[in-house]
Write a protein that binds this ligand. Structure first.
Ligand code: MSP
Length: 519
């Protein structure tokens, strides 16, 4: 058998001292859904997440906590690790930038850039925001309410003057533009690609890439007075995770360059401008795709500590259920756009699309099979045009989903799948198998067979987003564990008439809490 084609997808590594909220969960969930899709589609997937543990922000938080930075990171990093069991993330690894292997990788890429002639020592005088961990030019700053200067993201900035190593970013303009041009989908969505291209075309300044005024970071090789700018360190995690600097390592050869770096729109510039330049400078291939998703607001407002409107992921999982939370986050927004989280919107989606449309379809069909077909897969007779049409629709959806997932358009993949859910519901209503029971039991068996087979398709294809519920539906159809990948979506693996089926149970319950009453 040919070796499965590799697929490497990453989340940004999370600032270790942040408290996880749905915005963080969102990036990782999107990667999880895509990873599960790719694995079911036969790909050899590597899906990485982790924590970003160096820099002034973390050093200050540890001081405020009265702990040394390493002990502080050891404790708080767990908050992000805990997201995986909570949200059923299938990440293949979790990287921490305080690991020794990561220091080795950072120092190796630094040497690579220095050997490439792109690093020089000078001094930096300018604005820096600890909260954003970013340098800003005077003209990028905004005026705060009390006349103070703020970063474009509203964070405080301070004037910094210190010796610093610089990266010759100014020399990379043409090569970066050529990199973007070499693949029309290099940066998605296209509106973001255009933003990046016009930023690069407007001219690039060299980038300060080391600090001397604090210690919590990776030392610059050969100059212990300097630690690396936290973004050089953080971005390098994507390489550390696949074995760099051992470029002969199997993992490196298999997975580099990454297929997708998934990021939020706020950190696109670091990933789409600095990172490819660092990599190319060090003689490494840049990533194949960078996708920038949008931001969630909550009930119309930006999530912020001061407004106290952070939504912790465990709250929505507890209230609505795991699959329900996953489905909502992936279906509500066109992936790439900003959008608003509201409890009412979760209830609407979970009740109408999961409970009524998908859950009820399976429950109705399987209950009829249970009662009227001796609790076994029915024996179909000849198929009508309508039967064949519904089955064809179910078979064709994989191709549509593949095309959407190839461009990270998760909402579109789900819309394609739910279009078949809608067709199946219309078919049940039109065929009325409950009426056929008396008038034409053979035809009833055919209709129920067609529906059960369509539900098999739907459940297999829904696994990436609602793994629990889809898995339980497949259990109820007696589909073996090793028959649940997309390779099983073929005619020769159709449900076998006569196979005994367990007693059906509802899979996606309705939410009937206070929010619904408020609607
Ligand atoms: N540590 C850096 C990333 C380094 S990667 C080499 C960082 N961390 S973060 O914890 O602040 O953000 C991680 C991700 O969460 C980003 O992609 C960011 O866009 C995303 N989100 C944070 N708040 C968000 C929302 N309100 N909505 C959607 N995503 C948001 O940046």
């Amino acid at each position: 058998m040919a070796e499965a084609k590799a697929y490497y997808i990453t989340t940004p590594i999370y600032y270790v001292n942040d408290k996880p909220h749905i915005g963080h969960a969102y990036t990782t969930l999107a990667c999880d859904v895509i990873s599960r899709f790719m694995r079911l589609d036969g790909r050899n997937v590597m899906f990485m997440t982790g924590t970003d543990e160096h820099g002034q922000k973390v050093e200050k938080s540890a001081q405020a906590d009265g702990t040394d930075p390493q002990a502080f990171c050891d404790r708080v990093s767990q908050n992000f690790r805990d997201l995986s069991p909570l949200l059923n993330f299938s990440n293949d690894g979790f990287i921490r930038t305080t690991e020794d292997r990561h220091t080795t990788a950072c120092q190796a890429i630094w040497k690579g850039m220095a050997d490439g002639g792109d690093i020089y020592l000078d001094s930096y005088a300018g604005w820096y925001s600890v909260r954003d961990e970013a340098y800003y030019a005077e003209d990028e700053l905004e005026d705060g309410p009390n006349g103070e200067k703020l970063s474009p993201f509203g964070a405080p900035v301070e004037w910094v003057e210190e010796p610093s190593y610089f990266f010759r970013l100014s020399q990379w303009q043409d090569r970066l533009l050529a990199y973007y041009e070499s693949d029309a989908n290099r940066i998605l969505p296209l509106s973001r690609r255009n933003e990046v291209i016009s930023f690069v075309k407007s001219g690039l300044r060299d980038l300060s890439i080391s600090r001397t005024s604090f210690k919590w970071g990776v030392p610059v090789p050969g100059d212990d007075d300097h630690i690396m700018y936290v973004w050089v360190d953080a971005l390098t995690n994507y390489l550390t995770a696949v074995g760099y600097p051992d470029t002969d390592a199997e993992s490196f050869k298999t997975f580099w360059p990454a297929d997708v770096h998934m990021v939020g729109k706020d950190i696109l510039r670091f990933h789409a401008v600095y990172w490819p330049a660092f990599l190319m400078s060090a003689g490494l291939e840049p990533p194949k795709r960078i996708f920038a998703h949008g931001w969630w607001t909550v009930e119309g407002k930006k999530m912020s500590k001061s407004l106290g409107n952070f939504i912790p992921p465990d709250e929505i999982v507890e209230k609505y259920g795991l699959d329900q939370a996953r489905y909502f986050l992936m279906r509500e927004l066109p992936f790439g756009n900003d959008g608003n989280f509201s409890h009412q919107a979760v209830v609407n989606r979970m009740n109408s699309e999961l409970a009524n449309d998908f859950g009820n379809l399976a429950q109705r069909v399987l209950s009829m099979v249970n009662k009227n077909c001796e609790a076994a897969v029915p024996h179909p007779g000849d198929l009508t045009i309508d039967d064949a049409g519904l089955l064809r629709g179910a078979r064709e959806v994989l191709e549509k989903m593949r095309a959407a997932i190839d461009e990270q358009l998760i909402h579109q993949a789900l819309a394609a799948l739910w279009a078949v859910v809608g067709d199946a519901n219309r078919y049940v209503d039109a065929q009325a198998p409950w009426a056929l029971k008396k008038t034409d039991p053979e035809r009833m068996a055919t209709v129920l067979y067609v529906l059960a087979e369509v539900i098999r398709h739907l459940a297999i294809l829904a696994q990436p987003v609602v793994p629990d519920g889809a898995g339980r539906m497949l259990d109820q159809l007696a589909v073996a564990e090793d028959q649940r990948s997309f390779a099983a979506l073929t005619d020769d693996r159709m449900l076998r008439p006569g196979t005994a089926l367990p007693k059906p149970q509802g899979v996606f319950p309705r939410y009937a809490g206070p929010e619904e009453a408020d609607a």
